[in-house]
Each structure stands twice: as structure tokens, then as C-alpha cells.
Design a protein around this ligand. Structure first.
Ligand code: PLP
Length: 413
């Protein structure tokens, strides 16, 4: 571009969002052919069986009953104390690790990722995540002048590829002293995989060994955006207890988000929860991340923070929210089960799905497969190495028949 005002580091930035792109193609098809004829599996939010956006009813009720000043007023930069307490308690349930813990409010889970990249890696450093990952990780790294590298998530048996993980951790730590690793589990986006407890043990063994040499440090950023749709509350959080046994050179950061768990996507509310055996590390965590909040967005959404603490502080209300969420969980599980059943019947290979909003089919030419699917009025998201299907957004009746159409599209490209 000849006429650019952009600073050197900003030149050429353009976020082409494939997810929203695929979504708008689906919307055009709906206008042309009618809603009934179109399967829109691009959307990353829960839609009910009439394809309407779900807001958990009790969440809505509590939110609408908040005093207006609790919605309009400013909040402390670090977050309302009762919100931070609720966020940590709801994150851990009965699995609070035996360590120092501190929390800072953020603009959703995205805010946690932003701050962790900025405050725990050097400019020019490389962050590590798995080869199947949520695209914005890369944008967040690149905007902060960092790079991203990946390990293979799955081995040939469809289990966590610990060898690939280990070799990438060691390769990167040979070049830099701090390494931020982003792990999205349980109910991983885009595959729906849950790391097992024994896979967690292997991961923690690798990171503990890698930081044995004095100057090497690892920040383990665990993105738990979908944890409330991953199955039993305490079982899906069991791995958190293990963070009480980490060496001093490892800081764990959990990315709590109200987007999915409380269907408050647009309210931009979350928290970063720092866990360390070392008191100074969590004090520093609180200080530096508050500072970055002040410098990035100031304080976050007061009303949504109040919403969480109100829900948490009333056991009956919390139980109601959990029951309503449970209904959504079972609805999504049922949709995924329909797809998996049919995939098996037509010999369609998919990545191991356990729970969550999405499932993925590996493909050599994902864009061509998605284009081909349009001929059947099926809309999905092309990833680098596969096709993502949002079971959170498609009624079971429309899921039926989809696996066969994917097989047909794969064969045609
Ligand atoms: N992590 C993953 C894997 C996601 O898919 C999302 C949202 O889609 C987020 C984090 C962050 O969500 P939010 O910033 O809305 O909390």
C-alpha cells in the first residue's frame, strides 16, 4: 500500500475471520432458500432446536433484576472482589489446588490470553499450542509481536501426542528462557477432546523436567472456555488439583470465561486465575496484570461481574443455572452422538470427540470440501487441516444426514 499511515508494526494487519465469513455465506443461503433448507454449522454459540440463541433463563432473570447502578457504575480495575472469589470458586469446584492463588478480571477469556502473552513472554518469543487450535491465538500472538508454534495434538492412536509435545517444549526452551504454552481443555475447540488425567500427568512431568535448569520458566495457560460443557463438574476439573504440586518455575494461569458457561458471550467478562507455589509469583501476577488491564481496557463489565457473584452466593439460584446448563449439555451431546453414529456407519474418520461445541473432520482440502458442502446447503468452517462442525448450533434433526454429505464432499474434491 503506497498511502499507509500505519506504524511499522501495524502495517498489513488484516484479520480475515474465516468463521464469520462462513457464517455470512450461510446467512445468504438462508435468505435464498429459507431456514429449513440450510444447515448452518458455523456458529460458536448454543442455538436451541428452533435455532434461536440460548440465554440460560435464570442467568437472564438475575441479570435483569440487577440494580441499574450495578450495571452502569465503574468497577475496580482488578475486578469486584466478590466476582473474583466466585470466579475462582466456580472454576475449581472441589479441586482447588494447594498453592497460592490470585485472580484478575479480564475482558473474557480472550483478555486472559492477551495479558498472558504480553506479560509472560518477550517480544519476538514463540508461544506453543497444539496443531488444532482456535485461530485467534495466532492473531493475539502476532499483534503482540510474538510468534506461535505447534505440536501434534494426537498420536497415531488418537491419544495426546506427548512425544511431539515434549520435543517442541525442549526445542523452544533451548532458544528462549520463558515459554508460554496454551492448552485448551476440556471440550477442546475445534475437536471436542478432553485431556485425560494420565495425559495431564505426562504433560506436567514434561514441563517440570524442562524447567529444571535454573533460568528456564514455563507459563501453562489453560484455556477452560468450554469446561462447563465437558461432563461431570468435578471429574472435568480433576486435573486442577495437580497444580498444587508444581515446581516454583512453573506458573499456571486458568482462563475463566462467562461467555459459554453463562451464555454471556457479548458481555466480555472473564478472569485470569494464577496458581503458584510461590507467594511472590502470585503477587506479581496480580500487580502486572492489573497494570495491563488499566492500560488496555481499564475496568471491565460491572453488571456481568455482579451477575456471577449473585448467582454464586445463592445456592438455589446456582443449582438452577447448573440444571439449565445441564439441559444444554445433553442437547449438544445428543447432536454430537447423532453425527458420530452416522459417521461410523458411513466410515467417516473424525477426530476424537468427547464433549463441547465443535467436532472436526480432517481434510486435505478443507476450503474445497466446505464449498462442495454448500451444494447440499451445509455450511461449516474450513480450518487449516480440516472442517469444523458446530454441534452447539445445529438441531439433531438437521445433523442427521450430514456425515453422509461430508463423505460425499470429501470424495468429490
Ligand atoms: N478460547 C476458546 C478456545 C474459544 O473458542 C473462545 C471463544 O470462542 C475463547 C477462548 C474466548 O472467549 P471469550 O473471550 O468470549 O471469553
Amino acid at each position: 500500500m503506497t498511502n499507509s499511515f500505519a506504524a511499522t508494526h501495524a502495517k498489513g494487519k488484516l484479520a480475515t475471520d474465516t468463521i464469520f465469513g462462513a457464517g455470512s455465506a450461510a446467512n445468504q443461503a438462508v435468505t435464498r432458500f429459507g431456514k429449513d433448507k440450510v444447515v448452518n454449522a458455523t456458529i460458536g454459540v448454543i442455538l436451541d432446536d428452533n435455532e434461536m440463541l440460548v440465554c440460560l433463563p435464570t442467568v437472564e432473570k438475575v441479570f435483569r433484576n440487577l440494580p441499574i447502578t450495578e450495571v452502569t457504575n465503574y468497577a475496580p480495575i482488578a475486578g469486584l472482589p466478590d466476582f473474583l472469589e466466585a470466579a475462582a470458586a466456580l472454576t475449581f469446584a472441589e479441586n482447588r489446588p494447594d498453592a497460592y492463588i490470585n485472580a484478575v478480571a479480564t475482558a473474557g477469556g480472550s483478555g486472559v490470553i492477551h495479558h498472558t502473552i504480553w506479560n509472560y513472554s518477550e517480544i519476538g518469543d514463540t508461544l506453543l499450542t497444539s496443531d488444532w487450535y482456535w485461530d485467534p491465538y495466532k492473531v493475539l500472538c502476532e499483534d503482540a509481536l510474538r510468534k506461535i508454534d505447534t505440536y501434534s495434538l494426537f498420536d497415531e492412536n488418537g491419544k495426546f501426542n506427548i512425544k511431539s509435545f515434549e520435543s517442541k517444549v525442549n526445542e523452544l526452551l533451548a532458544k528462549q528462557n520463558n515459554l508460554v504454552i496454551i492448552i485448551n481443555t476440556p471440550a477442546h475447540n475445534p475437536t471436542g477432546y478432553n485431556l485425560t488425567d494420565s495425559e495431564w500427568d505426562q504433560i506436567l512431568d514434561v514441563v517440570s523436567a524442562a524447567t529444571r535448569s535454573k533460568e528456564k520458566r514455563i507459563v501453562l495457560l489453560v484455556d477452560i472456555a468450554y469446561i462447563d460443557y465437558a461432563g461431570d463438574k468435578n471429574e472435568s476439573r480433576g486435573f486442577m488439583k495437580k497444580f498444587g504440586n508444581m515446581p516454583d518455575d512453573i506458573l499456571v494461569v486458568l482462563a475463566f470465561s462467562m461467555s459459554k458457561g453463562y451464555t454471556m458471550y457479548g458481555q466480555r467478562t472473564g478472569a485470569m486465575i494464577g496458581i503458584s507455589k510461590n507467594k511472590d509469583v502470585v503477587k506479581e501476577f496480580e500487580d502486572i496484570n492489573q497494570f495491563t488491564s488499566r492500560a488496555t481496557w481499564s475496568n471491565i463489565n460491572r453488571g456481568c461481574m455482579k451477575l456471577l457473584s449473585t448467582i454464586y452466593n445463592d445456592k438455589a439460584v446456582l443449582a438452577q443455572v447448573e440444571a439449565e446448563r445441564g439441559t444444554c449439555y445433553r442437547m449438544i451431546q445428543e447432536r454430537a452422538a447423532v453425527f458420530m453414529r452416522e459417521a461410523k456407519a458411513v466410515n467417516l474418520f473424525m477426530l476424537p470427540y468427547v464433549a463441547g461445541f465443535f467436532l472436526t473432520i480432517p481434510a486435505q482440502k478443507p476450503n474445497a470440501v466446505c464449498d462442495k458442502l454448500h451444494e447440499d446447503n451445509v455450511y461449516a468452517v474450513p480450518l487449516d487441516k480440516g472442517v469444523r462442525i458446530a454441534v452447539c448450533a445445529v438441531p439433531a434433526t438437521k445433523i442427521s444426514g450430514m456425515a453422509g454429505k461430508v463423505v460425499k464432499a470429501l470424495a468429490a474434491v
